[in-house]
Design a binder for this molecule. Structure first.
Ligand SMILES: C[C@@](CO)(OP(=O)(O)O)[C@H](O)COP(=O)(O)OP(=O)(O)OC[C@H]1O[C@@H](n2ccc(N)nc2=O)[C@H](O)[C@@H]1O
Ligand SMILES: Nc1ncnc2c1ncn2[C@@H]1O[C@H](COP(=O)(O)OP(=O)(O)O)[C@@H](O)[C@H]1O
Length: 266
């Protein structure tokens, strides 16, 4: 069976408090976007993982698909499988690519091997693999809170707009981006602000990681400024970076950014 795990962007991200478990409570809007990996799983005589496309840093044992397999195996009688991932979603981009692979892996195993898991059970497995894995089980726009793994449905449809995503040649780890953040409760929750007209978002909706990341990576700040200059209605870094997206009324001409960055027109 083959599935196509997609990326997400964060529209706004407030880090509200440090938690005793080493994580942070936050609030954000997760919005799925159309940049995808391809994930194939077939029954085999031994567990294996291969990948093509972008090089995935780290050991195979640490790949979130393999971790997902071992997690499900604790509770279910699974045969060995061979997993192949074609990696296309930029890594260390704040796009949740690895998390999406993990969640789609759980969905795929549930279908292929008839595990009978409910959405809630799959979400619970996913959140054990990483805070933003859980979102990709249902994979629809949500207001996320606590560790980013509790959700409230929202109505948000950006299909009438052009989203452009720019990935600079920099990778940022989520742990690194949290360093130096001073958590604070915002005056108004994103849950309400997201209902304001998109033209007003830039006045009210911010991503707290920009403070820490822009300090060390001025080129990322420059991309956001360039997207506004090119006519973006709203622009922000996604998650903990390094990618930056812009929401436009019409497809902009961003050739000047294409040289050293990868530009996705969605
Ligand atoms: C912060 C977000 C916002 O979208 O960053 P991105 O990864 O998307 O950029 C995500 O929720 C990340 O989710 P995910 O990448 O799954 O996080 P995890 O693997 O669980 O955690 C990586 C590290 O980030 C920190 N972390 C993560 C989530 C959270 N709510 N509080 C934290 O402090 C912890 O230091 C943790 O060790
Ligand atoms: N399937 C996977 N795809 C990408 N990265 C993975 C995967 N499994 C584990 N990782 C690890 O997760 C790290 C961050 O991955 P990713 O989810 O792409 O970034 P981000 O959290 O910025 O969206 C990578 O550096 C890699 O070591």
């Amino acid at each position: 069976m083959i599935l196509f795990p997609n990326a997400k962007i964060n529209i706004g991200l407030n880090i509200t408090e440090r938690r005793p478990d080493g994580y942070h409570n936050l609030e954000t809007i997760f919005y799925p976007i159309d940049i995808k990996d391809a994930l194939e799983v077939v029954k085999s005589d031994k567990l294996s993982f291969t990948s093509t496309g972008l090089e995935i840093p780290g050991l195979i044992e640490d790949n979130l698909c393999i971790k997902g397999y071992h997690l499900l195996k604790l509770d279910h009688d699974l045969p060995p499988v061979s997993i192949h991932l074609h990696k296309h979603i930029p890594i260390g981009a704040g796009l949740g690519g690895g998390s999406s692979d993990a969640a789609f892996f759980i969905r795929l195993m549930n279908d292929e091997f008839k595990l009978g898991l409910s959405v809630e059970e799959m979400t619970n497995y996913a959140r054990r693999l990483g805070a933003d894995c859980a979102f990709f089980i249902e994979n629809k726009p949500v207001f996320a809170f606590e560790r980013g793994d509790e959700f409230e449905s929202i109505k948000l449809d950006l299909s009438a707009y052009k989203i452009v995503l720019v990935m600079p040649p920099v990778h940022i780890s989520t742990g690194e981006a949290f360093r130096g953040i001073k958590p604070a409760t915002p005056k108004e929750s994103l849950f309400d602000l997201i209902n304001e007209p998109i033209a007003d978002w830039k006045k009210f909706i911010k991503n707290d990681f920009e403070q820490t990341v822009f300090k060390n990576h001025v080129e990322i700040r420059g991309i956001k400024a360039a997207l506004y200059e090119a006519g973006a209605i709203y622009s922000s870094m996604s998650g903990s970076g390094a990618s930056v997206f812009g929401i436009f009324a019409d497809t902009p001409d961003l050739k000047f950014l294409e040289g050293e960055n990868e530009v996705f027109y969605l």
